[in-house]
Write a protein that binds this ligand. Structure first.
Ligand SMILES: NC(=O)c1ccc[n+]([C@@H]2O[C@H](COP(=O)([O-])OP(=O)(O)OC[C@H]3O[C@@H](n4cnc5c(N)ncnc54)[C@H](OP(=O)(O)O)[C@@H]3O)[C@@H](O)[C@H]2O)c1
Length: 362
């Protein structure tokens, strides 16, 4: 094992502390070792617009950094953004060596940070724990690569695979601990997305309670524009943003929603349903990095049919309701088992009295 690996693992842990605070910037952590290999500084990118990880870590190390090593989870930047280039701080610190987990594909960096440091005589290595560093910044990397946010799908279901009873009642399927986790997720994403069916059936508020580091916009998908005259989302649109996507033409039915402060976005009508990709492309243009799709079955099905979901959060409650209640995923689905979507890195963990299932879809 590379002797620097434990330090890089720690830097990745530090980086994760910025989750929800720094997006659309990447999560970055850094550790500084002195010339004898002792850890003398650490830091992470704490908030959007604030100093980068290297700057915190090098400042903490001070003179002890001279002749030492900077371990950082992402290539140092070499451009002026909201803060000066990190390469300046690296050169001023006098470190002899920089070990980065991965290059930064951000167009204004893209290997430029590594080049600049090497030209100045600093020894630079890239690639230590690269897979872990990529996983950590999957949402950042996806937004850069595709212009679309990272899509989390979440649902709570009974042991017999229902997300509501046959009468449409779904409060509550999961227990307190699972609901706490969902609120935590809401508090670190840029948008919470539901379909018209869920607004009609549940009249949800979709805010994070207690609030998290970010305030997610609440997004409703309704090609028909047939949304209720009164509901919690519309009533609170001036406090927490609401965006409604509707098919062009049907957006005219939503002038009352717009008057109450909701943003109504017309999309091409397509074949009766909204295009998931058009929705994602719009949210990506707003530089949304993570979105949480909370259902119901129709919307989950549409995202899965479009192969547009990245990460899965499923809460299974030890309850059986039977009958003809809806299952979590509708849509076209697969006709052959061989075409089923597979969840990777699939894990199960207790969540109060429930089980929390987690996996990635690509
Ligand atoms: N347990 C849970 O975690 C959970 C979470 C959420 C909901 N639920 C339950 O789920 C049920 C609602 O599910 P649902 O399937 O009826 O409704 P849904 O998925 O919330 O909404 C479906 C509607 O979304 C709109 N939509 C826009 N674009 C779409 C697209 N590309 N594909 C599909 N739909 C699109 C359509 O409205 P238009 O007709 O206007 O085009 C469609 O009728 C309720 O019983 C609710 O309680 C459970």
């Amino acid at each position: 094992m590379d002797p620097l690996e434990p330090h890089m693992r720690y830097a990745l842990l530090l980086a994760a502390r910025g989750r929800g605070h720094v997006e659309p910037n990447p999560l970055v952590g850094a550790v500084v070792l002195d010339a004898a290999g002792r850890a003398v500084g650490e830091g992470y990118h704490e908030r959007f617009g604030g100093p980068h990880a290297e700057v915190h870590a090098l400042a903490a190390a001070g003179e002890a950094a001279r002749g030492g090593t900077l371990i950082v989870t992402l290539e140092p930047c070499c451009h002026w953004g909201k803060t000066p280039p990190c390469t300046d701080a690296v050169l001023q610190s006098g470190v002899r060596r920089v070990v980065a987990a991965m290059a930064d594909p951000f167009p204004k960096v893209a290997g430029g940070g590594v080049r600049l440091l090497r030209e100045a005589g600093v020894e630079v290595e890239v690639g230590l724990l690269e897979a872990e560093a990529r996983r950590l910044n999957d949402p950042y990397l996806k937004l850069l690569r595709t212009g679309r946010p990272w899509v989390h799908l979440k649902w709570a279901m009974t042991l017999d695979g229902k997300i509501a009873t046959a009468a449409g009642d779904s409060k509550w399927i999961s227990g307190e601990e699972s609901r706490r986790r969902v609120h935590e997720l809401r508090g670190r994403v840029d948008a919470v997305v539901v379909g018209r069916g869920t607004v009609v059936a549940d009249d949800p508020l979709l805010t994070a309670r207690p609030p998290g580091p970010r305030v997610a916009a609440r997004v409703v998908l309704s090609a028909s524009g047939d949304l209720p005259e009164r509901c919690q989302l519309r009533a609170t649109a001036r406090e927490v943003p609401v965006i409604v996507f509707a098919a062009a033409g049907n957006d005219a039915k939503l002038t009352g929603w717009a008057d109450d402060g909701c943003e109504v976005v017309p999309l091409p009508p397509g074949e009766g349903e909204l295009s998931v990709d058009a929705v994602l492309s719009d949210l990506g243009r707003r530089r949304m990095t993570n979105i949480l799709v909370e259902g119901g079955a129709g919307v989950h099905g549409a995202f899965l049919d479009a192969r547009a979901a990245d990460e899965l959060h499923v809460f299974v409650a030890p309850k059986l309701v039977g009958g003809s209640g809806p299952s979590p995923v509708g849509g076209r689905g697969a006709l052959r088992m061989a075409d089923a979507l597979a969840a990777a890195e699939f894990t199960a963990a207790p969540s109060g009295e429930d089980v929390y299932l987690h996996g990635f879809l690509r």
